[in-house]
Design a protein around this ligand. Structure first.
Ligand code: URP
Ligand code: ZN
Ligand code: ZN
Ligand code: ZN
Length: 460
């Protein structure tokens, strides 16, 4: 018995068409007009859009393995449920080893955390937090294991490596056509400014963004781009947040460098004034890079519109306000960095991007699904509704309205940075590899996620 989704409008990054979609098992098997209904369970999806399952290419569901006060509030079980309920059918989580650990052990640890717990499909970017001959020797093994993308950091003392190490790693990863993403902030300057503010007794969350101004990010972006230019290799910049960084990217592209740029919903719909909230509220928004100015927000939207920004993922990294963010009550530099968002991305981008007329629904599909799938070697298994692809399909109802609220969210965290924001449009139903796993924002079949084995991307 196949499933026939009848009467909806199928949307891709290139266009839209009214088409019936037949699902058999885990796959889409047929698309067309007036498909036969015999031997099929027919789902009437008229007045809805059929969108390819959304992919979040930047989550930290298990940072610090969920252990102790610095472990993330969400884990694979809660985070993936929140994701799939609202249409995100796959995540690429940041597998992050601790110092001294092999990549292989980290991969095994992440598999253990995800397997049997995840309600959406998943794979990982492998974080490289130190570079030595043993780690270098593991790069190929990761690619062979289906982990074709990596992340390195230019900030955070426990995670960052040197420029030379990034250069070497970039070359090694590229030998096997892997993709390297970088967290671009000048770690030395961040440390210096934190030390200055702390010495002056400037300890409230107001000072967090002042320790990481746009120049701190733009310098690191420029440096990374120059290192990549030296290596003659493509680059991937995660969570780009400022106008000046985007200008550096435009300069690199003008000299024919290949650059992929990710931004996140928080940089598009929130801004730095939130650090000045009453009662330590500003701590809720402590993430790195920090929220930016309205001018930066505008520049990022322009980049989203004109294609200079390629993808939007969340950098979901949730910490409770009570008991976690409050660790930094006397000193902002102790506040754990990160915000939740894996649940809210589709509705935010639809509401603040599509319904405002900034972007088309086609562009939204590219930004949060199709172009991510292409960049990270998931396409055409994921990221598109076509015969042969996984039946990861979001039945999007454009007519609903809602209000984001910590009390109704599925994310396992005691606040949401978007509390009270109005939304339009939502996932009426979500299919994961042919199975209806969510309906009206609630998960009806949990823990159905599987590891996605990736073959080398043709993009890089
Ligand atoms: O503040 C953030 N973004 N925390 C998560 C780790 C990272 O930098 O991506
Ligand atoms: Zn980062
Ligand atoms: Zn302020
Ligand atoms: Zn991150």
């Amino acid at each position: 018995m196949s499933i026939l989704l009848k009467g909806g409008i199928v949307v891709s990054a290139k266009g839209r068409r009214q088409l019936d979609v037949r699902i058999d098992g885990e796959k889409i098997v047929e698309m067309g007009t007036h498909l036969k209904t015999e031997n099929s369970t027919v789902e009437d999806v008229t007045e809805c859009f059929l969108l390819p399952g959304f992919i979040d290419a930047h989550t930290h569901l298990e940072l610090n393995n969920g252990k102790g006060s610095m472990g993330t509030a969400d884990n694979f079980y809660t985070g993936s449920k929140a994701a799939v309920a609202k249409g995100t059918t796959a995540v690429i989580d940041m597998a992050t080893p601790s110092k001294g650990s092999s990549l292989k052990d980290c991969l095994a640890a992440w598999d253990q955390l995800a397997k049997g717990n995840s309600s959406c499909d998943y794979t990982y970017h492998m974080s490289i937090i130190e570079w030595n001959p043993a780690i270098k020797a593991e790069v190929k093994a990761m690619i062979d294991a289906g982990i074709t993308s990596f992340k390195m950091y230019m900030a955070y003392d426990n995670l960052r490596t040197t420029d030379a190490e990034i250069f070497e790693a970039m070359n090694e990863i590229h030998k096997y056509q892997g993709m390297l993403g970088i967290h671009c902030e000048n770690g030395d300057m961040v440390n210096e400014m934190i030390a200055q503010f702390v010495a002056e007794g400037k300890l409230s969350p107001h000072y967090h963004p002042l320790t990481r101004p746009d120049s701190v990010e733009a310098e690191a972006v420029e440096r990374y781009l120059m290192i990549a230019d030296l290596a003659n290799l493509p680059v991937n910049i995660v969570h780009l947040s400022t106008k000046r960084s985007l200008e550096a990217v435009k300069r690199a592209r003008a000299r024919n460098q290949k650059v992929f740029v990710e931004t996140c919903p928080q940089y598009l719909v929130l801004d730095e004034h939130l650090y000045d909230g009453p009662d330590f509220e500003g701590a809720k928004y402590v993430c790195s890079p920090p929220l930016r100015s309205i001018g930066d927000q505008q520049a990022l939207w322009d980049g989203v519109i004109d294609g200079q920004v390629n993808t939007i993922s969340t950098d979901h990294c949730s910490f409770n306000f009570e008991g976690q963010k409050t660790i930094g009550k006397e000193d902002f530099s102790k506040i754990p960095n990160g915000m939740p968002g894996v649940e809210t991305r589709p509705e935010l981008i639809y509401t603040y991007g599509v319904t405002t007329g900034k972007i088309s629904l086609e562009r939204m599909v590219g930004l949060i699904s199709e172009d991510i799938a292409k960049q990270f070697a998931l396409y055409p298994q994921k990221g598109i509704i076509q015969a042969g692809s996984d039946a990861d399909i979001v039945i999007w109802d454009p007519k609903t309205t809602g209000v984001i609220s910590a009390t109704t969210q599925l994310q396992n965290v005691d606040y949401t940075p978007y509390d009270g924001m109005q939304t339009k449009g939502s996932a009426k139903a979500v299919y994961l590899r042919g199975q209806k796993v969510a309906e009206n924002g609630q998960v009806i079949a949990e823990k159905q996620g599987k590891f996605i084995f990736r073959n080398i991307s043709k993009n890089n």
